[in-house]
Design a protein around this ligand. Structure first.
Ligand code: GLU
Length: 289
């Protein structure tokens, strides 16, 4: 299989030190394998994406010398493909309509498991698995089942009991927006991505994506989850907790910092971003399986 990798930012805010690590790792891995590197703007959740942020991220990548081999793809323009995939899942009995409101799901969760956690999606109790009993469908869910095991290129053997740990997850939300899980699986397959390199915070999404790939008869790419960049208080650095946008007055300095987070020590001395990137490729290649 020819190597094809991608960087897939959600344009809810500009790139920060954490997302640059994922961008750089995916770029390095593609270059180290003489492969193609693509950029996909994951703006499915359009209301959460301030206008112009996708273009801003593309400008940041260009300033860093991270050039994609194909034009960027925008998920907000690809609803028809996600719709087709959902139809196939419904036809195969792998997806079903759900009539439950958030409040109903929370009440059912508490009745079954006790007080609900403050954060994160609740495990759906399966109320509509056998039909909505005449109530109108609000969202579409994937019928989760079984244990999913996979091999991560950095984390090694991984597994998740999808039904118990995640439950029947949403594919299309009640407001009509497509869920990340479905969009990412459709696009990784449609773009023939062979290797997904992304931050470790996304590792526990991988079993949901593998389950969807199997249900849709799509190949599973290789996965490599990179170390997270933590804020000084130990929390993950993210747009949600206000991580600062990268200061690109000195792109080479930012690349050096990101490379160091990946364990790559680039030689000192002032050099343009392009030279630093060229130096990093063989260092990455030497370390990766
Ligand atoms: N769009 C996702 C994010 O920015 C990443 C998706 C992926 O790499 O699979 O968190």
């Amino acid at each position: 299989m020819t190597y094809r990798g991608r960087f897939a930012p959600s344009p809810t805010g500009p790139l920060h030190a954490g997302s640059l690590v994922a961008a750089l790792a995916s770029w390095l891995d593609a270059r180290a394998h003489d492969g193609h590197w693509l950029v996909r703007i994951e703006d499915v959740d359009l209301p959460r994406c301030p206008p112009g942020t996708g273009e801003f991220i593309l400008g940041q990548l260009a300033a860093l010398g991270l050039h994609a081999d194909e034009p960027p793809l925008w998920q907000s323009r690809r609803g028809a493909l996600y719709q087709q995939a959902l139809q196939r899942l419904i036809a195969a009995g792998a997806a079903y309509g759900c009539a439950c409101t958030r409040a109903e799901i929370a009440a059912a969760y508490e009745a079954r498991f006790g007080p609900r956690p403050k954060h994160g999606e609740l495990i759906y109790p399966g109320t509509c698995r056998a039909g909505t009993r005449g109530r109108p469908v609000r969202a579409w869910r994937f019928r989760a089942q079984g244990l999913i095991a996979w091999q991560d290129r950095r984390l090694g053997a991984q597994q998740q009991d999808l039904a118990a740990e995640v439950g029947d997850f949403v594919l299309q939300r009640a407001d009509g927006l497509w869920a990340y899980q479905l969009a990412v699986v459709v696009d990784d397959a449609e773009q023939h991505i062979s290797d997904v390199v992304r931050g470790e915070d996304l590792a526990d999404n991988t079993p949901r994506q593998i389950a969807l790939q199997r249900a849709l008869g799509l190949p599973t790419p290789h996965y490599l989850h990179t170390p997270l960049v933590l804020a000084p208080d130990g929390h993950k650095l993210s747009k949600q907790n206000g991580a600062a946008a990268l200061d690109l007055a000195d792109p080479a300095a930012r690349l050096r910092e990101a490379a160091l987070r990946l364990g790559l020590a680039l030689s000192p001395g002032p050099r343009p971003a392009s030279e630093l990137l060229a130096e990093a490729v063989p260092l990455w290649r030497a370390r990766q399986p």
